[in-house]
Design a binder for this molecule. Sequence first.
Ligand SMILES: Cc1ncc(COP(=O)(O)O)c(C=O)c1O
Length: 410
Amino acid sequence: MSPEFVAHPERLYSGQVEPGLDVVKARRETPGCQNVLHFNNAGAALMPEAVHTALTRHLDLELQLGGYEAAARAERPLNRVYDSLARLVNCSAQEIAVVENATRAWDMAFYALNLGPGDRILTAAAEYASNYIAYLQVARRTGARVEAVPSDETGQISLAALEESIADDVKLIAITHVPTNGGLVNPAAAVGRLARQAGIPFLLDACQSVGQMPIDVEAIGCDMLSATGRKYLRGPRGTGFLYVRKELIQKLEPPFLDLHSAQWVDFENFVIRPDARRFENWESYVAGRAGLAVAVEYALEWGLEAIYARVQALAGELRQKLATIPGLSLHDQGVEQCGIVSFAVADSDHEELMAALGAKAINVSVSPRNYTLLDMQARGLDSLVRASVHYYNDEDEIDRFFAALEDLAG
Ligand SMILES: Cc1ncc(COP(=O)(O)O)c(C=O)c1O
């Protein structure tokens, strides 16, 4: 039995935690656990040592051989990233593009769509600011329209309202799976079913769900999916990826092309790559790919089912505890809730609260109103503190976090 359960045997049998996951091993393999209580996994999670080793090994090769030469030497391990990501989301390696972050991945798909006057884009109320800004820009340029489908009484996208909004002029359904704050997991597979029935392309922002829970693009029924490396996948910063369903790839002309995504074949012509790498750049963060491949393989080794079960159990325990602090209000929504715990503290400046926690080596983040403007406005919220847990966090950290917050909020 792991020392955690020896110290607190009630936790093993309470159903509060996932006994199948060796948390002591996970923490041993995460050096940052010794320095900080890290509840900022939805910002950027602590890397496991193996990811750091892969990154630095490649940087060392660059130091010793030169950048191009290092990439040539490591070609096979670097290319592994496509197979690993394909396994992670259940697609083929040809359907994956590796790019610098989730926003650029999402942009490469969105700006490739040929939207015109009167075309409608359906999204959800908790849509992320960068995506919504892109809708507004394209709407301004082309005369397309963006509509946020209302949420249901639980806070997730209303499937009934979505179904009602679907018509021939809807050319895209695009939602965020796990919004930036609010604990919410939008019902992506149900949205995917509606999109498929209507034959409308479905773009899923899975930036905060990948690495936290099992993601299967077939089961979800999305045509495009974007994600980042640094959040729940525990990969390096400056990495991300895009999945595009193979039937769609050749119908989407990327908004930018270069000599990697296309080939200059004669004076007047170029030919775009047939696979999803048409959405990539020639130049990229090569060491980051090595780190991302290891991060994905590391997550697959733990198992995404086991990871999600533990993340949900820890977040549930944290919500229960925080609910007892006077003046603290929880603001998580949805039928299914994930590892993001969002709250407000009355009469407190959230940025100052974050800094005070930081001074105790406790990491959280603050989501300002304009990151999810529609949702925050509808709920009358100005900002939220976001404590996001991962499987390597433990119950002792929840107790310490609770004590620190009780102290600061009181
Ligand atoms: C829902 C959502 N989508 C997209 C992004 C952007 O990801 P990246 O910073 O990797 O571009 C974020 C970042 O917080 C996010 O929360």
